[in-house]
Every structure is written in C-alpha cells, then in structure tokens.
Design a protein. Structure first.
Length: 206
C-alpha cells in the first residue's frame, strides 16, 4: 500500500509539473508574440527615418550641423575616442544569441582600436556587461534595468550624453551592436552606425 501511495504521489507531482511547464510555455509564447509585433510595427518607421536623415546630408549642411560632420582620423587632428553600445539580454539560456553579439562587439572594438581609437564600451544587458567585466575591461556605462520593454526614455538616457560629446568634437563615432530580428530562430548580430549620420548610398563618392 505504501508503495502504491508513493507511486500515485509521484504521478500527481509529474502531472502538476507538466501543467506548470505548459503554463510557462504559453506565457513565454505570448510575450514573444508581443515583442515580435512591436519590432515589426516599429521597423518601417525607423528605416524611413534613417533614409530621410541620410538624404538630407550635404557637405554644406555638415558644416552647419555637428551631427552630420565627419571627424578627421585621430592621427590628423580628429578625436581619438569612439563609442560602442552593446545590447544583450539580462538572462541566458538563449543559445548563441548573447555570445554572437559579444563576438560582434569584440570585432568592432578591435577594428576601431586598429585604426587608432580608444573605445568606450557602453553595456546594456547583464550578459554583455558580465563578459567584459570578466575580461577586466572597464565599461563607460552599465545598464541592466531596461528589460524587455525598452522605452524612448531609456534610449535618450543612453544616447543623449554621446550626442553631446560628438557635437563637442570629443567623440569620433557611435556604433550600436544589436541583434537583427528576422524570425524567432534568426537574430544575427549587426553593427549599426549611429553617429556620424551616414549619407544616402547614392550620394557617396559623388
């Protein structure tokens, strides 16, 4: 009888665990769907805004507006500092998501350093921050409070000081390393140049 009660107890335990796991799966699926919808809805606006700003670029406007200027290389009188913002998650168990972003950030940092820049690293997300702190690298910023619902205020808090430094001629560039969403299974890392504002492709070399 005792063994029968134990067996029934284990069966109930497994069934309860299955119910909890199923509920967690439904919640995670719902969160993922909402996140995908926000990304898809915001992407056309962000791309159109970037194209409009790029189309505005002319050498004359670049002389008037600091955010359009192309700083000279560090060896020719330009600023010697560059900024890289790394955006990772706060949690793991995401396959190669965070490790791929970290690799992309390291490549970008090494490329800038080979050009003579001193790179200030801005970490947003626990995983990226933890990795570079483990390597002994000092970060210019550590933000782990953004979570899965970032706002324009979060972005402004991070970027506005960098805009001010770039405008003052103290910073050569600002790059953002983030995941490019294609699907739930495809989120390759990408480096996006934030500053200086890049001119439209058709205007380059003209």
């Amino acid at each position: 009888m005792a063994k029968s009660r134990q067996l029934k107890g284990r069966i109930r335990s497994v069934q309860n665990t299955r119910k909890i796991t199923k509920t967690m799966e439904l919640v995670a699926t719902s969160k993922l769907k909402r996140a995908q919808d926000r990304i898809i809805a915001a992407r056309p606006y962000a791309e159109a805004l970037r194209e409009v700003i790029a189309d505005l670029f002319t050498p004359d406007l670049a002389d008037q507006f600091p955010l359009l200027r192309r700083p000279a290389p560090p060896g020719k009188g330009g600023p010697s500092r560059a900024a890289v913002i790394l955006l990772t998650s706060n949690r793991g168990l995401a396959g190669g998501f965070n490790s791929n972003l970290i690799k992309e950030a390291r490549r970008r940092i090494e490329s800038l350093e080979s050009e003579g820049y001193t790179v200030d690293l801005y970490g947003v997300g626990k995983k990226g921050i933890g990795f570079f702190k483990y390597l002994g690298r000092k970060l210019a910023l550590e933000r782990m409070d953004v979570g899965d619902r970032p706002t324009s205020e979060h972005a402004a808090q991070i970027v506005e000081p960098l805009i001010a430094e770039f405008s003052a001629g103290e910073l050569a560039s600002v790059d953002l390393v983030q995941a490019r969403f294609i699907s739930a299974l495809q989120t390759p890392p990408a480096t996006i140049r934030i500053l200086p504002v890049e001119e439209a492709a058709g205007q380059r070399g003209g």
